[in-house]
Design a protein around this ligand. Structure first.
Ligand code: SF4
Length: 516
């Protein structure tokens, strides 16, 4: 059977990639990822009979994370991981009964529901991985991976699938809470901070992805070496953690969201370290300065192994020497200051102010405009939407979709900026906590709050966050720029009827509907 992948928003023709990925994933790598996923289904079935081990937990989390869009483009390492999973299954007396071709083929609705669960679990695995490297593990979260993977080998009615998917959403909330505890436990409660987009002269390293532990190790290893560190993409919110503020060489943020990297890294005079997605096909003009670590792999790039010795990255930074003069880079709207750090700690401490403002009518509506950025046209919707929000409203945001508007200055409301960045995609947990606190304060259900979620999706972490929101009963979510190809018409109909999910239209029309 040939390649078929429809897990992300940029899938070919809005239907599925069959002759290589739009993302650049080769057919052999895609097939190896299916082989790995099927092997994990078989491992799950063996574990449910014989019990999990630390090794099986690690294999399942890392195996699922490996298959997220823009994480691993290297067939050889995916195959090696699949072999390790199979060996572990054999050790437990299991067999390779479930085949890769059963993953994404067959009855349209069953395939849609199975795929939704698999993609959600891939997203949750990323969060479980980040929590694990900071020493936080939740046995219920780990156990659910086996339950969910094993369920993929069984037949279920649509109702049973939906129940599983909602149960998964609840478990993913636990996983996001775990990661929140891991990040804040290790690095403190984020505090608002303004981050520059200017790059100073001299050697520098750009660090991309989500892994705060890798950032910490890089900051320690570069201290006193005359090398500046700049965050990229989803690493931007790291500036807000108190533990990182002591590193004076953590200077600012480089560039915009992931899909602009091929242009922004062109001839860059410094190395780039990818700790997680999103890495794109590497262009020759900067191929000698890309480094990967953890589950990220790209053929031909130097990989920093689990010993986390970043010496090759440091050597490259010193060799390249950086820019001769300050580079006045900006966000996509021309702004040069990005404010972040409005995670739950900060927003909750201002809860009294927010509640009073809502009661007095000074604050009419809260929008959560968040999710992934992406390459396809139509995403300027989010820029225009935020620009058009009335002055008596605020915009909470998270994940890399914010690069569409996070360099805008929309002024303040009641002493708070009108755009508040809550952090990375997993910090959706912060947004949920704030919404729950507000619903308690006003003694109404979350759906009765003057709050609308306007989400942009691209890859599978957005899928797991969306499933968590649905499992909490959130309705009336606006989703774009297009609907997932893996939702069959029947499954979409169920979700629309049950949760009133809406596809974004135009900012004018949507704002009018949201504000009544
Ligand atoms: Fe296509 Fe997205 Fe799959 Fe890449 S991850 S092969 S672009 S659907």
């Amino acid at each position: 059977m040939g390649m078929f992948c429809f897990q992300c928003e940029q899938t070919a023709k809005g239907a599925g990639c069959t002759a290589g990925g739009v993302c650049g994933k080769s057919v052999p790598t895609a097939l190896a990822q299916d082989e790995l996923t099927a092997a994990m289904v078989n491992l799950a079935s063996a574990v449910l009979k014989k019990g999990a081990t630390k090794r099986t937990d690690e294999l399942v989390v890392d195996g699922l994370f490996t298959t997220i869009t823009n994480v691993n483009f290297d067939e050889a390492t995916v195959k090696k991981l699949a072999d390790e999973v199979k060996a572990e299954t054999k050790k437990l007396g299991g067999e390779e009964t479930f085949k890769p071709e059963s993953l994404f083929h067959g009855d349209t609705d069953a395939t849609s529901l199975r795929s939704t669960l698999i993609f959600g679990m891939r997203g949750m695995a990323a969060y479980a991985h980040h929590a694990r490297v900071l020493g936080k593990i939740d046995k219920d979260v780990n156990a659910w991976f086996y339950k969910g993977l094993n369920a993929c080998a069984q037949n279920h009615t649509a109702e049973e699938w939906l129940n599983l998917i909602m149960e998964f959403g609840g478990v993913n909330l636990k996983c996001m809470a775990l990661l929140d505890a891991a990040n804040t436990g290790a690095y403190g409660t984020p505090e608002p901070i303004q981050v520059t987009t200017y790059i100073e002269p001299g050697p520098f390293i750009v660090i991309s992805g989500h892994d705060l532990h890798d950032l910490e190790l890089l900051l320690k290893q570069t201290e006193g070496k005359g090398i500046n560190i700049y965050t990229h993409g989803e690493m931007l919110p790291a500036h807000a953690y108190p533990a990182f503020k002591k590193y004076k060489h953590l200077k600012g943020n480089f560039g915009t969201a992931w899909q602009n990297q091929q242009k922004e890294f062109d001839k860059i005079p410094g190395p780039v370290l990818f700790t997680t997605n999103c890495i794109m096909l590497v262009k020759p003009s900067y191929a000698d300065r890309i480094f990967t670590t953890s589950v990220v792999r790209f053929p031909g790039m130097v990989h920093i192994d689990d010993k986390k010795d970043f010496a090759p990255v440091i050597k490259k930074a010193l060799e390249l020497g950086g820019y001769k003069e300050t580079q006045k880079m900006t966000g996509i709207n021309g702004g040069s200051v990005l404010t972040t750090g409005f995670a739950r700690g900060t927003v909750m401490s201002a809860a009294g102010k927010v509640i009073d403002a809502v009661k007095s009518g000074a604050l009419k509506h809260i929008f959560l405009v968040g999710g992934c950025d992406g390459a396809k046209p139509g995403r300027n919707y989010y820029t225009e939407f935020v620009k058009q929000t009335p002055k008596n409203t605020v915009v909470l945001t998270l994940a890399c979709g914010k690069y569409r508007f996070n360099d805008l200055d929309l002024g303040t409301l009641g002493g708070l900026p009108r755009i508040m960045d809550m952090g990375q995609c997993n910090d959706a947990y912060s947004a949920i906590e704030v919404a729950v606190a507000l619903s308690k304060a006003f003694n109404v259900g979350i759906n009765e709050l003057p709050l609308t979620l306007v989400l942009s999706w691209y890859e599978q972490k957005a899928v797991c966050v969306l499933l968590t929101l649905l499992s909490l009963g959130l309705k009336n979510i606006y989703l774009g720029p297009t609907l997932p190809a893996f939702l069959s018409p029947n499954v979409l109909k169920i979700l629309v009827e049950k949760f009133d999910i809406k596809l974004i239209s135009t900012p004018e029309k949507d704002l009018k509907a949201m504000l009544g």
